[in-house]
Design a protein around this ligand. Structure first.
Ligand code: S3P
Length: 470
């Protein structure tokens, strides 16, 4: 499967399970490169995700004068980088900066560029050029940056001439870690204190990583404050596996009768691991073992044993935590007995594609009854899925979610434009094949046991099970 126009062919699986580790976390890889670049020295980044999105961040930082060396390549791309930090001062780029398909690159970088005393222009592909940028333009302009969205309806390209920022207090109108991060990063360069207030908790990788680089932020509930002018002390960083990538395998294993799956060394940051709570609430046998390393990010193993799933209601504060997992959760809902209702989830409409529309259309094409709402959908589970020809709409998570659906469908499922998976998961197709290999003689279908901390895991999932309305 090469190039954006390629197809992915999937047939009903006869086996599913084993042990796997997934590539590095996308959100953390972007932030590691950006913060290392702003630090006062050399930083090695281990476990970097060599996906198209994260490589856009690498080339963007290089175009701003940051030297980034590749220390190690895996089969899918560079996984260990040496970033030569420049302190807070970057250089003007020679041309426009291409953020590709990556909202994280464009929005977080805008926060950094708002603090730089030069002009830059950020462009993206056709999907990124349709995504809302007013949400970062408003706070960065309020801090004093000259920033304009040149596309229609407040979209990219973005023209930014930064410098002279003053700290502000900004209440986010939408739950968005990207917007929160853009404002906090701009706050590094601003005079005085910058405070962001978020409507609900969103992923906190930026706060954790700033802390790791010895920058003080003050968090009180959903209010986060940062003082400008602090020095980022250079450090090496180890990126954990991406739980959003692991989610595809966790759903497949949970729905596959008799399967045993272990996903090793995944990020288990509590602002990201809501997928495990959702699966537990659907009746899945899932456990995690959380360990904390010095990086400030929790990590560990996830184990899943396949059995029947049941429909549930999903809404409220957990939605921000599972925002990228909603497409594959919708697939889990189709495979479950009973009805699943997803509400309070309008944000998927402004992701790489309108994910509510894409998921509903593709599920219907497979024979599932789905009602769409502006902020969610109702999915009637339990129907036999029919293989179909499905569009990814150029969206990596739609492509991968429907590859999982294809494992349970009659006949062949073909995902078109499936090269999009490389945006976040290079090697997805190989892993999809590997997990369907029948267990070798003597393995008996059992996954090797991995040391875990069952007490902690059971506690967290136990709480989730009783949580009622989320
Ligand atoms: C991300 C935050 C989320 C998520 C995206 C990555 C991040 O976007 O959907 O894939 O790295 O901060 P929003 O903050 O726009 O919800």
């Amino acid at each position: 499967m090469h190039g954006k126009s390629s197809e992915l062919h999937v047939r009903r699986a006869k086996h599913f399970g084993g042990e796997i580790s997934v590539p590095g976390d996308k959100s953390i890889s972007h932030r590691a490169v950006m913060l290392a670049a702003l630090s006062n020295g050399r930083c090695e980044i281990h476990g970097f995700l060599p996906s198209e999105d994260c490589l856009c961040t690498v080339s963007a930082m290089r175009s701003l004068g940051v030297q980034i060396d590749v220390l190690e390549e895996s089969a899918v791309g560079p996984v260990r980088l040496l970033v030569h930090g420049r302190g807070l001062g970057l250089s003007a780029p020679a041309g426009e900066i291409d953020c590709g398909n990556s909202g994280t690159t464009m929005r977080l970088l805008s926060g950094i560029l708002a603090g730089q005393p030069f002009a830059a222009r950020l462009v993206g592909d056709s999907s990124l050029s349709r995504r809302p940028m007013g949400r970062i333009v408003d706070p960065l302009a309020a801090m004093g940056a000259q920033i304009a969205a040149e596309g229609p309806k407040g979209c990219a390209p973005l023209k930014i001439a930064g410098g002279g920022l003053v700290g502000t207090r900004y209440e986010l109108p939408v739950a968005s870690a990207q917007v929160k991060s853009a404002v906090l990063l701009a706050g590094l360069f601003a005079e005085g204190k910058t405070t962001v207030v978020q409507p609900v908790t969103t992923r906190d990788h930026t706060e954790r990583m700033l802390d790791f680089f010895q920058v003080k932020t003050v968090t009180s509930g959903d209010e986060i404050a940062i003082y400008g002018g602090q020095v980022l002390e250079s450090r090496d960083f180890v990126v954990p596996g991406d739980i959003s990538s692991a989610a595809f395998w966790a759903v497949a294993a949970a729905a596959f009768e008799g399967s045993h799956l272990t996903i090793a060394d995944v990020g288990l940051n509590p602002t990201r691991s809501g997928i495990l709570q959702v699966l537990a609430k659907m009746g899945a046998h899932v456990a995690d073992s959380v360990e904390t390393d010095g990086s400030g990010e929790d990590r560990g193993n996830i184990t899943v044993h396949g059995g029947g799933l049941k429909g549930i209601e999903i809404g409220g504060d957990i939605v921000a935590n599972i925002i990228d997992e909603l497409p594959v959760i919708a697939v889990a809902a189709a495979l479950a007995e009973g009805t699943t209702v997803i509400r309070d989830a309008a944000e998927p409409r402004v992701k790489e594609t309108d994910r509510i529309d894409a998921v509903a259309g593709n599920l219907r094409a497979m024979g599932v009854e789905v009602e769409e709402a502006y902020d969610g959908m109702t999915i009637r589970g339990g129907a036999t899925l029919r293989g179909a020809r499905l569009d990814s709409f150029g969206d990596h998570r739609i492509a991968m979610a429907f590859a999982i659906a294809g494992l349970f469908a009659e006949g062949e499922t073909v995902i078109t434009d499936a090269g999009a998976v490389n945006v976040s998961y290079p090697g997805f197709e190989d892993d999809l094949k590997a997990l369907q290999r029948p267990p070798r003689k003597g393995e008996g279908g059992q996954t090797p046991v991995i040391t875990s901390l069952p007490g902690k895991a059971a506690g967290r999932l136990g709480e989730a099970k009783g949580a009622g309305s989320e």
